[in-house]
Design a protein around this ligand. Structure first.
Ligand code: GLU
Length: 313
């Protein structure tokens, strides 16, 4: 990792207040890439003397096969990554997401949207543009001022700087590894979905509500999620929640150069030898191999390695 080696400057100071989490979507067993993210968040929490939580992000129920959550928890336990509190399942948190949405609606920030994907593409084409980003169409704002009698399908958040204007909003933030980041939320992302047309809660809303509720101070997760951070910071601002520190870890790429993910067929983590799996994840994080022979010993030495080299917040 490219995090500067500034010895454990902040570690003692932050000891009391640190809360970290690993938040897997149980769409299948963990793969090598997810172990890297889990290990990084665990190490960072331990290096700061903080607490570490596991949150099962199963809001997208149709994508979560039965038993995958138990499998993920058992894989984490096999490599010694045990949470300090019982895990939380997002599928039990609907009332909290609804309360957050109600609050955003009452303040005028969230609005119902009647557009299908086809409607959105047509509206964009009519304006003479093709605005797409990571396969997602940037919503042109069709329903911002009302549904025009059409039935609501989803709920969206206004991405503009003010609740009733069109001034674009830029979000600047700092990642502990990637440094200063900036995104024009309005033009690059657009008004984004909070409650989907299929009635499922969107990841952006659920993650912000739960990080706030669990008082998470430090989000450590894979770099593929970095692009979501400005949306999450905006929701934190509008819901009156503090913004955590962020650290996005390097992605593990497959032989084809693509990010390892369940979608592109990444193999489940091989835990025949848990110590070897940890060693491989440690190499990805740039941790020195200090010759441990058991899982607890490896983890203890890895915390020292993390504290010495990667701990700066
Ligand atoms: N549930 C998300 C995933 O598995 C991660 C959410 C997060 O760490 O913010 O990709």
């Amino acid at each position: 990792m490219r995090v500067e080696a500034r010895a454990a400057a902040g570690a003692g100071r932050d000891a009391a207040g640190y809360v970290g989490r690993f938040a897997p979507s149980p769409t299948g067993p963990l793969h090598e890439g997810s172990l890297v993210a889990a290990l990084a968040s665990w190490l960072d929490a331990r290096a700061h003397g903080g607490r570490w939580l596991i949150r099962i992000e199963d809001v997208d129920r149709p994508r979560c096969p039965p038993g995958a959550d138990a499998m993920v928890l058992s894989q984490l336990a096999q490599v010694g990554l045990l949470p300090d509190e019982p895990p939380v399942w997002q599928s039990t948190r609907g009332a909290a997401y609804q309360a957050a949405l109600d609050r955003l609606v009452a303040a005028g920030w969230a609005y119902p949207c009647a557009c299908s994907r086809k409607d959105i593409a047509a509206a964009i084409a009519a304006r003479g543009g093709q605005r797409e980003r990571h396969g997602e169409l940037v919503y042109p704002g069709t329903c911002r001022h009302g549904l025009d009698g059409r039935p609501a399908r989803a709920w969206r958040l206004r991405s503009t700087a003010t609740v009733d204007g069109e001034v674009p909003l830029r979000i600047d933030w700092r990642d502990r590894r990637l440094g200063l980041q900036s995104q024009d939320l309005t033009t690059e992302v657009g008004d984004f979905v909070l409650l989907r047309a299929d009635g499922l809660w969107a990841y952006q809303l659920a993650v912000v509500v739960d990080d706030g509720w669990q008082q998470v101070t430090d989000v450590v997760r894979g770099e593929d999620l970095a692009d979501n951070t400005p949306r999450q910071i905006r929701l934190q601002q509008l819901l009156g929640l503090p913004t955590p520190h962020y650290l996005h870890t390097p992605l593990v790429l497959g032989d084809n150069g693509e990010k390892l993910s369940k979608q592109n067929g990444a193999q489940a983590l091989d835990l025949a030898d848990p110590l070897a799996a940890l060693r491989r994840a440690g190499v990805r994080l740039g941790l020195p191999d200090r010759g441990a022979t058991t899982v607890p010993d490896w983890l203890a030495r890895a915390v020292d390695g993390w504290r010495e080299r990667l701990c700066t917040r």
